[in-house]
Design a protein around this ligand. Sequence first.
Ligand code: NAD
Length: 548
Amino acid sequence: MAKAEAQEAAANEIISSDPATGREVGRVSVTTPDEVREAVERSRQVFHMWKTTSFAERRRLVMRAREVILDEMEAIAELISAESGKPKGEAIALEIAPVLDLMQWIARSAEKMLRPRRVGIGLFGLLGRSSRVVYHPLGVVAIIPAWNYPFSIPLGEAVMSLMAGNTVVIKPSELTPLTGLKIGEIFEKAGFPKDAVQIVSGAGETGAALVEAAPDKIAFTGSVATGRKIAEAAAKNLTSVVLELGGKDPMIVLADADLEAATNAAVWGAFCNAGQNCASVERLYVHESIAEELTRRIVEKTGKLNLGPGIDPDVSVGPMSSERQIRIVERHVDDFREAGAVILTGGERYDAARERVSDAGTSEGKISASPRHRVSASLFFAPTVITGATNDMRPMREETFGPTLPICTFATDEEAIALANDTEFGLTASVWTRDIARGRRIAEQIEAGSVCINEHLYTHGIGQTPWGGFKNSGRGRTHGLEGLLELVQPQHIHTNRITLLPDAWWMPYSPAALETFRGFATKFATGSLLKTATLLPQLWKRIRELMK
Ligand code: NAD
């Protein structure tokens, strides 16, 4: 409850406050562990009904929920902005629009994607057998999101879960509880059955109570540390988890890259949502031959960004979400300084940065103020560009999750790949080059769940594609076919149409059985029809033996 420290909160409530102004946005009652358990029980009750609904009915309700969002879009964007600090435009562009797109896509495609499918079973098919896979929903899906995309992430996961036939309990982040309640209200207004989507409110303890209540799946988005705790607690009930965790995402700019595009992408990828994106550009590796020019352009563009409250349409960078988060950024910038890196622009809280001119001695690094608002300076951090960074510096290894853009140089493609992979994380990455084939070759060698060529960060907004991390950035996937399959359990239905003859592997065993089994291993198991044909006399002998 870091944002709410200044106000008086009763023990059983959370105060949500605007990080730009400190103003109270609203209060929410904390759900007790008993109430969380009851919510999961109610969810399980309604699941038995919901799983029998047709895809057409689910589609109708999801499309209705889209209409509710569109009707209330301005108010929803303002609420997201007020609670998280992000510019209102970003709330629309990076949260509302992508989730609306995800909703229409999954509403229209889930039935096709989850259609029962026939599975090829090779030579077993010659024995009159066939196999089909049918998908069943899991039951209750618990969604525990972070605060940085408080609308689109839990809402998108809820819609995918519902389309697959599950019911949902969401525990929003304690920093954005009202946006969480709004999600519940949208489903209610759309006409979803009571309790098909429930919201429980609170901080980590409430999330822990939800995990302990033994839902059938947990979709968690947050830090590696909390992800570990959840995986441990979930193991007690063998609940499976999808973990969407942190990142330290590299952007690699090759010498032949479109410099203007790379500059704009780096500035946006590092500073949108005040750098509080799991897939932010957290490390920029640029070929040494263009490093100076790229850095100059980045510093120039950064200097033109307005900081201020997210409600102002001219503002590009809002406040950070909490004191805890801004302190991490300060610590990392200090670490960079101490390790010998150079802060070219920014590097301080907004107050201090207000009149500051970049170390380069030009006015390009000046941080503009948004003149129409008196803002609380405390949670603003000036967008910060750093050169001379190297991978052995601590802030190049830990997630910063703030508006910093450290730049490092490389000489060869191999070096760039090695630098990019030199991390415990592996969420996303990008490669910038005009040579697409070379870009693909490099992309495939990077250990990350999504790698873009000439793009960065935005593919979470393409719901059709899988999202998730390699290494410590996560387990499992959300979005895409892979994400949908996390929300169902496959059932294999196997049919034998020829029951006149016994199976050669049935009892009783005998020397003839042993000989036949050797033939299974050496001939049938090769998958070759020709080799298997040579087994037929032995097989027939064995079957006659069993039929005696
Ligand atoms: P966090 O781990 O502190 O909290 C995430 C959620 O977990 C919150 O709702 C919190 O209340 C809850 N929680 C905390 N302790 C819990 C426990 N013991 N049991 C159950 N729930 C518990 O993370 P945060 O600060 O909210 O978010 C920032 C992190 O999220 C960053 O590391 C960022 O990279 C990551 N993130 C990842 C993705 C992705 O898609 N990979 C997307 C957004 C954010």
